[in-house]
Each structure stands twice: as C-alpha cells, then as structure tokens.
Design a protein around this ligand. Structure first.
Ligand code: EPU
Length: 455
C-alpha cells in the first residue's frame, strides 16, 4: 500500500516534555539525509523518466518539497522510505508562493526547471529564522550560463536566451551549498562545459552529483572546490539510495556526550563526521568504530571546554553549532563559539540561558562558561537545530523541560522521540490542549508514553 505523502501543512501544535538526567544506552538507526533528499527531489525534475529514491526520510520538509513537485505536475508515490518520482510531464513553470515561502530549499527547483523547460518562475524564498539567506549567487551563476533573470514582485523569472543553457566558468564568491547545487543541476543539461570554482564540498553536494551521474550526467570533482560538468542532451531513469544524515548522527553523538551515555549509531559514513568527531574528542569523549558504518560514543569522565568556529565543509558544520553549545554549557571551563555561516544563528542562547546556562553573546561570538548543572524549564525552539540543542540540554538537565515550537524539530528529525525513547530517554509529546495535570506525569516506559511520531 502506498504511504500517503506527509503534508507540509501539518504544523504540530504540541509540546515535548522531557525529564532529564536519564542515562541513555543502545543503538540508533540513522535516517537518510534531509538536505540530500531535498536537493535530489528537485534534481528529479531533470529526468523525463522514472526516478526511484531510497532512504528518503519522512519529514515535514520532504512533504513540502513533494507538494511543490506535485504542483508543477510531477507524479510522486511514497512507499515507506522509497519515493518514486516521475517528471515526464512538467505542466507548470511557476512554483506556488504559499509552498515556496514555507521551504527555502524549494528554490532548488529553479535550476532543473530552467534546464528542462528553458523557463522557470520561482518566488523568492525570503529570509528565515537563521538569516537573510539571499539567492544572488544562484542568480548570478544562471545569468553566466545564458539565462535572463528578472525579479518581478517577489518572483524570480528566468528564461534561457538560447534553446539550452550554455556552459560557463563560474566562480562563487562564497562556497554556497544551495548555489553549487542549483548550478550543478542546471549545468547537467546545458550546452558545453561548466566549471564551478570555489564550489561547496559538503557531502550532500556529492550525493546530488552522484544522483545526477546515476541518470547519465557527466560531473567530475564533486567534493572538491572545482566541479566540472559536461552537459548532456537528456538524462535517464535511475534508482538511487540517499546517504545517511550526518547531522542527525552528530546530534545523537552529542546527546550521548551530554548525558554521559554510551550510544552506537548506524548506518553512518565516518568521513562525513570528521569535524564533529574531532570536537567530541576535544571535549573528552571517545569515538570507536564497531564496523565500517557503525560508530559508538564512549563518554569521558567530564566535559572539557573547546572552541568552535563554523565553516563550510570540511570545516565544522553550522548545523551542529547549537547542539555543541548545549553540550559545552556543562563543560568544566569556558569555550568560544564563532558562527561564521549564518548571521542570526545564536537564538538558542536565550533559551539555554533559561535552563541555567552561562552564555554571553558578542556579535557572532558566544562565550560559554560551563556550569555544574542545567535545570529543566519551559523553552521555545527557534529553528531546527536550535530545537535539537534544547532536546540535548533537556536530556542532560535536572527536572522537567517543556519545549514548544516543535514544527521546527519535525522539519528535520525523523521520529526523534521514538528513537530517543528506544535509548531509554524519558519524554513525551503532549498536545497543548492536554490538561496540565495529565501532562505533568512522566512516562515511565517508552510503551507507556503516548508519542505522536514526527510526520
Ligand atoms: N548566501 C548568499 N547568497 C547566496 C547563497 C547563500 O549570500 O546566493 C549565504 C547565505 O546567506 C549564508 C551562507 O551563504 O549566510 C551559506 O549559505 P548556503 O547557500 O551554503 O546554505 P543553504 O544552501 O541555504 C544549506 C542547508 C542548511 C545548511 C547550509 C550550510 C539545505 C536545504 N540547507 O543551506 O541546512 O546550514 O547549507 O551548510 O541544504 C539545516 O539543515 O538546518 C540547514 C539550515
């Protein structure tokens, strides 16, 4: 039976209650990478035949991207974590504003649509909680490939001057993940060779390149700072397996370190976690490999402070900054965290402070002075990774934490509560209509907890 596609409209209005100080143990299965899945789903627009994607996580963001593709006339069918996409017919060249405004990654449809149809209209995705996030690098690159691009009343309208886009040598001012992905997808069907210099090297960029190659695209150098794409006239059907989510894996590793718990994870690609492992080891934890795709964290006897600076890959990922901040609030000393990728990604500081953390912010720096303990408190998730940081802080804190704003969490973590409960965490999701007396009772076992899995 096909599984209904998760709907992006299903904004969850419940809260997560977590009773901290429980030692976790056991194994976690890591889902497919959200940021690969979103780009690859858009990439399926390049293909006029069937695309089967495997290991697609069930997430609100994936549901939203599915709705955007469906609105363009694409046929989708989901069966568990398999997503079949057929973009033989693209009946619309305009992505609907209501959907695009909810998901920044929806701008990814621009490159493939322009390459396939010669025209694309995509509303500007706008800013988001973590920063302004312009798309100037995407637009400039497409212009260099022979597209006329205008912005009219908030809609980016792009048209190819020739029948096809033309290959170009493009230097990106910044190794933007999204711009690299947009331009790489556009170049697969362009006339001639495209060279992307100062390209993003993130594993999700490599995954997208491998997906495109599995459809016959000619791409070299993905994973380095120079990607060379030789355009082909047409791509063909594929069956492709998405990589495991390195940020989900990193989040569980940090949860292990913060709660002094031994946890194992699989499947993972250890190379994708190099900066995260290096920093966990700097805090005193040990990481051991039990198999090539299975890793275990052994906590240290205390949490040592360490400085962190977020950078494009292979530097330390901005998507792990908030979770590490939660860990370092409990360290035996001071750490400096510098966020260089997004200009507004320290909003979790205020919430961690409500739990007793000692953090001072100066511009894009956060100075975290370790405290002996955190105390449970009502807190609000401000973005996806901030919500993961609050979950980690709550698991390590004394007493009960109530996290609001779960729609952020559901965007990017598949069945987080279920996975945590399987590790022995004491938490439950409660509808905000639930009476407070009922909500106050802790769940004593995973079976007893009434958990509504993330959609
Ligand atoms: N930027 C520009 N102009 C552009 C594009 C980007 O100035 O045309 C700036 C951004 O404003 C930002 C920086 O460049 O300050 C980095 O942005 P990038 O384009 O690399 O990020 P993105 O493609 O918008 C993806 C992930 C993010 C992740 C970043 C960095 C997806 C769907 N999103 O965003 O994931 O943080 O790369 O690794 O792939 C998350 O999963 O929580 C998340 C935010």
């Amino acid at each position: 039976m096909p599984t209904p596609l998760p709907s992006g409209d299903e904004v969850d209005e419940s809260v997560l209650q977590i009773w901290g100080k429980t030692r976790l143990s056991g194994h976690v299965t890591i889902s497919g990478a959200k940021n690969s899945a979103l780009a690859i789903m858009a990439g399926a627009l390049l293909c006029p035949e069937d695309c089967r994607l495997r290991n697609v996580p069930s997430l609100v963001d994936v549901g939203r991207m599915s709705e955007i593709l469906a609105a363009l006339g694409v046929k989708l069918q989901r069966n568990g974590n398999i997503l079949d996409i057929n973009a033989s017919q693209i009946s619309q060249s305009q992505a609907p504003y209501e959907l695009v405004s909810q998901l920044r990654a929806s701008f990814f449809v621009m490159g493939p649509m322009l390459a396939r149809l010669g025209v694309a209209r995509v509303p500007l995705p706008g800013g988001c909680a973590i920063g302004a996030r312009p798309v100037d690098l995407h637009v400039r690159g497409l212009q260099q490939m022979g597209a006329d691009v205008q912005i009219d009343r908030g809609v980016v309208l792009a048209r190819t001057r020739q029948q096809r886009l033309t290959g170009a040598k493009i230097y990106l001012d910044y190794p933007s993940v999204g711009a690299t992905e947009t331009l790489m997808m556009a170049a697969t069907l362009a006339d001639g060779e495209t060279i992307l210099e100062n390209a993003a090297q993130e594993p999700e960029v490599v995954d997208l390149a491998n997906f495109c190659r599995s459809m016959g695209a000619q791409i070299r150098g993905a994973g380095t700072n120079t990607i060379i794409i030789n355009g082909v006239p047409k791509l063909h059907s594929t069956d492709y397996n998405i990589i495991p989510d390195r940020i989900e894996a990193g989040t569980f590793l940090v949860a292990g370190a913060a709660t002094y718990s031994e946890i194992s994870l699989s499947p993972i690609i250890p190379d994708h976690l190099t900066p995260v492992i290096a920093k966990l080891e700097a805090t005193g934890a040990k990481i051991v490999m039990d198999a090539p795709d299975r890793m275990r964290i052994i906590p240290g006897s205390s949490i040592r402070p360490t400085d962190i600076e977020t950078l494009p890959y292979p530097g330390f990922p901005t998507d792990m900054q908030a979770q590490f901040m939660a860990l370092l609030t409990l360290s035996e000393g001071s750490s400096v965290i510098t966020e260089t990728v997004f200009e507004n990604r320290l909003r979790h500081v205020a919430e961690l402070s409500r739990m007793g953390a000692d953090i001072r912010v100066k511009g894009n720096l956060a100075i975290v002075r370790g405290v002996p303990f955190l105390s449970g408190a009502p807190v609000v998730a401000t973005d996806l990774r901030a919500s993961a940081a609050l979950v980690i802080a709550a698991l390590a804190a004394e007493g009960q934490t109530t996290i609001q704003g779960l729609h952020h969490l559901d965007r990017g973590y598949e069945e987080l509560e279920v996975k945590l409960q399987q590790l022995g965490a004491n938490l439950k999701r409660v509808s905000i209509q639930t009476s407070p007396t009922e909500a106050e009772k802790p769940a004593t076992s995973p079976q007893e907890a009434k958990v509504k899995p993330a959609s």
